[in-house]
Design a protein around this ligand. Structure first.
Ligand SMILES: *Cc1c(COP(=O)(O)O)cnc(C)c1O
Length: 387
């Protein structure tokens, strides 16, 4: 059987760590109870596991356990944050500020609200992918109810200056939300130090299971009001009805606990792998790095290759390495990446781009094989183009 391609798409999703799976398994079988069943042992066991997960995850972001609302992932958390705030604060105003390079799970809820009469300011980014703080300051208005800026970008890995933005929003009495789907477990996050009012999380980018996430909702100074988007049994203090998936929650907490415990060594190792890959690829002419050189996630390398067809490059790489040319959520669309366009790239360079997401289970051998394949593929595509 042919060897499976090397997986370098960790910004799309990650495999579940074996230790995470082991922690989850008993909650599918012997401890299968419903955490909302308060009349028997099965329910109590599930409730205890949920509470433990809530505490672990809250501690990971410097929050109180009661401030977490569990959701099906970051998409749902973003929708709850944006639509929930919009609905609850409509008497204060209808202006929302976000950024051109956000994930579609931010941009699409904002566009939805725009169609309902909300006013959305889309901040541009600089060529390195960072938002200029002066741009944010100038965009704030008396009717602004929410600023939403992602912690780490899913395509280019760029890390936004959350603490400075949080301080600016707080000073202007505007709620500050961050989509931390790519950041949780990878960089240090603290809702107090960064003055964050709402934060979206997900497990599956950090070696946890798919289908589970959370929204942090500040309860004091200020107390964030939120209109629920799912109505039903009144779970999660009425903010998100639905039976809690105990195994996923146990896995989510285990994944984040491991990621934080191992972060220093893992960040160093993965940074070295990324630098090794870039050193080899950048020996070619006409290859550029997209996004800030240092203000980025350790495992992300996004490059554009001049003089080659992006689709042909991806096809050439496919047998050897699993990568993408942008976000997984837009890989079926034919338009060039809105993130790379926001950096000012031409359509041609935006199309001819590859996102590498290096993760926990990649080795030096993986990196060297991928670099060799990249170099050979680009050389051969350019030879063909030259004839
Ligand atoms: C993956 C991702 C999402 C979506 O998260 P799901 O849990 O898959 O819904 C949202 N925002 C960013 C930045 C992401 O990387």
């Amino acid at each position: 059987m042919a060897q499976r391609p090397i997986y370098l798409d960790c910004n799309a999703t990650t495999p579940v760590d074996q230790r995470v799976l082991a922690a989850m398994l008993p909650y599918f079988t012997e401890h299968f109870g419903n955490a909302a069943s308060s009349s028997h042992l099965y329910g109590w066991e599930a409730e205890a596991a949920v509470q433990q997960a809530r505490e672990t995850l809250a501690t990971a972001i410097g929050a109180q356990p009661e401030a977490l609302v569990f959701t099906s992932g970051a998409t749902e958390a973003n929708n709850l944050a944006i639509k929930g705030v919009a609905e609850a604060y409509i008497s204060k105003g209808r202006h929302i500020i976000t950024v051109a390079t956000e994930h579609s799970a931010i941009l699409d809820p904002c566009r939805y609200l725009q169609a309902l009469g909300f006013d959305v300011t889309m901040l541009p980014v600089q060529a390195d992918g960072l938002v200029a703080l002066t741009q944010l300051e100038q965009a704030l208005r008396s009717d602004t109810i929410l600023v939403s800026v992602m912690a780490a970008n899913n395509e280019i890995g760029v890390l936004q200056p959350l603490a400075a933005m949080g301080a600016m929003c707080r000073a202007n009495q505007v709620l500050f939300h961050t989509d931390a789907a790519q950041a949780i477990g990878k960089i240090s996050l603290d809702v107090e130090a960064m003055q964050i009012d709402l934060m979206s999380l997900t497990a599956h980018k950090a070696y946890g299971p798919k289908g589970i996430g959370a929204l942090y909702v500040r309860r004091r100074h200020p107390r964030v009001q939120l209109a629920p988007q799912l109505h039903g049994g009144g779970h999660e203090r009425g903010l998100r009805s639905g039976t809690l998936p105990t195994p996923q929650l146990v896995g989510f907490a285990k994944a984040i606990e491991l990621a934080i415990a191992e972060r220093p060594s893992e960040t160093e190792r993965i940074t070295q792998l990324r630098e090794r890959l870039w050193q080899q690829i950048s020996t070619l002419d006409g290859v550029q790095l997209n996004g800030h050189v240092t203000q980025r996630l350790a495992g992300n390398l996004n490059i554009s290759v001049a003089g080659v067809d992006g689709q042909a490059l991806l096809l050439g790489l496919q047998p050897v390495v699993a990568v993408s040319s942008g976000s997984a959520c837009s890989s079926t669309k034919t338009a060039p990446s809105h993130v790379l366009k926001a950096l000012g790239l031409t359509d041609a360079l935006a199309y001819a781009s590859i996102r590498f997401g290096i993760g926990r289970f990649n080795t030096i051998e993986d990196i060297d094989r991928v670099a060799d394949c990249m170099i050979a593929t680009i050389r051969s595509l350019r030879r063909v183009a030259a004839v």
